[in-house]
Design a protein around this ligand. Sequence first.
Ligand code: SF4
Length: 310
Amino acid sequence: MNTSELRTEITALKEKENAIILAHYYQLDEVQEIADYTGDSFGLSEQAASTEADVIVFCGVKFMAESACILSPQKTVLLPEQEAGCPLADEISPEDLVALKKNYPEAAVVCYVNSSAEIKALSDICCTSSNAIDVVNSLDEKQVLFVPDRNLASYVAGYTDKEIIAWDGCCPTHDAMTAGDVHRIRRTHPDCVVTVHPECRPEVTALADHVGSTAGIIKYARETPAKKIVIGTEKGTLYQLKKENPGKEFYLLSDKLVCPTMKVISLEKLRNSLKNKMHRVTVVESVIEKANLALNRMLEVTRQGSGKLG
Ligand code: SF4
């Protein structure tokens, strides 16, 4: 079956099943193209919470599909490739977090949404890279345990007077960027601007012209008068950037900016998942209840907040 036939079949199945396809900005171009909504973790979690569809096909990684289950427990949530995980989310286990909390009994626990449902259930509030500063500053506690990404934690620490205790995890894709990559690209394109994700190392964010979530990077690219833009985030974002800004040139900070697990979903797997209701993601009820509190507290802060990363 060719691509156009696959697309036709997916569209028909979607109508039949009253399904919505959500895709992360890091997915393959053809998957983003057929999605009803493309976004970053925050935008996707808002869509998952508000959709009227019966079935959510989540083209992303497992923690994202779990968040959709937590926010819409009555819906069927499908992940077209069950092996699509996130190495950052795997960096902390529930046992690790329980032990950490014992050491800091007065601290609030903020977990980046790139974490398992169990970690969310053990946290006071979630955050995404677009609302992390607002979330941390909304807390009454002076001390904050921030899990699992040390780079995002370090970035947030620059915008708060709270004491941030960071878990030593990282996203291997973003953490691979170095100051040398920024210097090299500026030498090659002296008239460029550089915008990077806060999952990059502090030495990289310090050298960038702009730091933002993936949605923040897309907004910055839309609004900057610069014509040459270097992005320090996953390669898939180029699809949206080029579509929105035909008059601008985009470059990756490094060709290492590819997340392998974000590239495992194909149109064929998407069709199979929808057709056979394959790879349903579920979360146990007791975890849903607690994780839902943490996610909804985040959504509430964002509804009221300002000063988002971006
Ligand atoms: Fe996880 Fe990093 Fe891949 Fe995002 S880009 S899914 S944080 S490994």
